[in-house]
Design a protein around this ligand. Structure first.
Ligand SMILES: N[C@@H](CCC(=O)N[C@@H](CS)C(=O)NCC(=O)O)C(=O)O
Length: 124
């Protein structure tokens, strides 16, 4: 039987990092499979045949691609596990502010509204 949770990733990838942060924060055990992006594995080509990109989360043999979608999937499947952010809305707002400045460089460099945690930020 397929391992329950497998992550196809390449460690320097910011897209992979954001998924790993969420998996770790939620205490989800997973197998990490390092990809060589110059020599992609058969598993990656099989699991993400259109874009052939990491990260790919394989859950019970089924692939989920694109980091923001993977994070949303994790939040939905493991909704009973610890939450990344506090339940108090004010504390969450403080968290977002810190993350916003931390992720600013990433946001600017990608010319888009992304963050490592899945919150969508607009640049201030
Ligand atoms: N929008 C995707 C981007 C993923 C992505 O660009 N991954 C890069 C590594 S950082 C990749 O796999 N590149 C291989 C390629 O383009 O052939 C996500 O959020 O997961």
């Amino acid at each position: 039987m397929a391992k329950e949770v497998v992550l196809l990733d390449f460690w320097p990838s910011m897209f992979g990092v954001r998924v790993r942060i969420v998996l770790t924060n939620k205490g989800i055990k997973y197998e990490y499979l390092k990809e060589d992006l110059r020599n992609k594995s058969f598993l990656l080509l099989q699991m993400n045949p259109v874009h052939k990109k990491i990260p790919v989360l394989i859950h019970n043999g089924k692939p989920v691609c694109v980091s923001s979608i993977i994070m949303q999937y994790i939040y939905e499947v493991w909704h009973d596990k610890a939450h990344l952010h506090p339940s108090d809305p004010y504390q969450r707002a403080q968290d977002r502010k810190v993350l916003q400045s931390t992720c600013k460089q990433e946001v600017i460099s990608r010319q888009s509204q992304v963050s490592i945690t899945g919150f969508v930020f607009t640049d201030t």
